[in-house]
Write a protein that binds this ligand. Structure first.
Ligand SMILES: C[S@@+](CC[C@H](N)C(=O)[O-])C[C@H]1O[C@@H](n2cnc3c(N)ncnc32)[C@H](O)[C@@H]1O
Length: 292
C-alpha cells in the first residue's frame, strides 16, 4: 500500500462510497482536480489529490504520476500543508530507448500508420479508446488524429527515456510498459479498447522488462479488446544475441499465440491480410477481433 492509499484509508476508512464515487468520476473522464472539486461542492470538503490518486492507483511499487489521469493539472497539496504546487515526476531514471528514430522516416512505417488510421476509421472504431506504442515523433498519433480521432482517446505507455518528450506533447502518457499499463492501471480496467497497436521494436520473446507474449495473453484473458476491434503487432525478427542471424519461426509463433489465445477466450482473430516485412528485420500484422 503506498503512502497516498494509506493516508486516504486512515481518514476515510469507513467511506467506501467515497472511493466508489472517485472511481466512477474517473471513469467519466474527470481529472483529479475535478474530482476534488466535486467533493468540495457536494460534500463541503475537498479530498487531497494524492488521496484520490491512492484510490485510483493503489498498487504498491508503481508510483503514479500526474499523467495517469487524462488532462490533469499539476497536483496541489492540501492547503494546510502550505507546500507550493508541484508536478509528480517518475522517481527513477528511465531506461534508454533502443528505438531507432530514423525508422519513423521509413516509407513502410509511414504507410502502415496511414493504413491503420484508415482501418480504424472504416471499422467505425473512431470513438473508442486506443492504446498505442509511440516514439517521440508521434507518427501513429498524428495519423490517427488526421482521420478525426481525438487525442484524449489515445493512451501511450512508454517505460523508456522517450516518456518525457512524449508526455510533453501528449497528456495520456504513462512511464510504464504496455504490460503494466494493461494489468495495473485503472484506464485499462473495465475499458475495452477499439485499437491496440503493440508496435514493439524487439523480438516476440521481449526482454527482462517486458514480454509481448504475456501482453497478448493479457489482452484476451482480460477481455481488453472490443469485438470488432483491431490488434496490430510489430516484432523484430533479428536475433538480438546473434545480430547477423534472423529468427525464422517468430511470425508463425506470433500468429499462433494471437489466434490461439483469442479462441481460448471466446474470440476469433482474423488476420486482415496486411501483414508485411519491412526494414529488413521487422514484421507487422493486423488482426480484427470478433466474438466467437
Ligand atoms: C516502434 S516504436 C513506436 C513507433 C510508432 N508507433 C511509429 O509508428 O512511429 C515503440 C516505442 O515504444 C517503446 N516500447 C517498446 N516496447 C514497449 C513496451 N513493452 N511497453 C512500453 N513501451 C515500449 C519503445 O521504446 C519505443 O519508444
Amino acid at each position: 500500500m503506498n503512502g497516498y492509499t494509506r493516508n486516504f484509508r486512515e481518514v476515510f476508512l469507513s467511506t467506501s462510497r467515497k472511493e466508489n464515487k472517485i472511481k466512477e468520476l474517473h471513469q467519466e473522464g474527470k481529472t483529479v482536480a475535478q474530482i476534488a472539486l466535486y467533493f468540495k461542492r457536494n460534500h463541503g470538503r475537498s479530498i487531497p489529490g494524492p488521496a484520490i490518486r491512492g484510490v485510483l492507483f493503489p498498487t504498491q511499487d508503481y508510483e503514479p504520476t500526474i499523467h495517469d489521469v487524462p488532462n490533469t493539472v499539476p497536483i496541489t497539496r492540501a492547503p494546510r500543508r502550505e507546500t507550493p504546487q508541484r508536478t509528480v515526476k517518475p522517481k527513477k531514471s528511465l531506461p534508454k530507448d533502443s528505438y531507432d528514430k530514423e525508422e519513423s522516416k521509413n516509407p513502410d512505417k509511414i504507410e502502415i500508420n496511414k493504413l491503420l488510421a484508415k482501418l480504424v476509421k472504416e471499422q467505425g472504431l473512431d470513438n473508442t479508446k486506443m492504446v498505442i506504442l509511440e516514439s517521440p515523433s508521434l507518427l501513429t498519433l498524428k495519423e490517427l488524429t488526421n482521420v478525426g480521432i481525438q487525442a484524449h482517446q489515445i493512451h501511450i505507455p512508454n517505460h523508456t527515456e522517450s516518456f518525457e518528450p512524449i508526455v510533453r506533447k501528449h497528456n495520456n502518457t504513462y512511464p510504464i510498459t504496455l504490460g503494466e499499463f494493461l494489468t495495473r492501471t485503472e484506464v485499462a480496467h473495465g475499458n475495452k479498447f477499439g485499437f491496440i497497436f503493440a508496435d514493439y521494436c524487439g523480438t516476440l520473446d521481449g526482454s527482462t522488462l517486458f514480454s509481448p507474449i504475456e501482453d497478448i495473453k493479457t489482452i484476451f484473458k482480460d477481455n481488453l479488446i472490443k469485438p470488432g476491434g483491431l490488434l496490430a503487432v510489430t516484432i523484430s525478427k533479428r536475433n538480438s544475441k546473434k545480430p547477423n542471424k534472423y529468427i525464422n519461426n517468430d511470425v508463425s509463433r506470433l500468429n499462433h499465440i494471437v489466434t490461439e489465445r483469442a479462441y481460448k477466450n471466446g474470440y476469433i482473430a482474423v488476420d486482415l491480410g496486411h501483414g508485411r516485412d519491412y526494414n529488413g528485420k521487422m514484421h507487422f500484422v493486423v488482426y480484427q477481433i470478433f466474438n466467437r
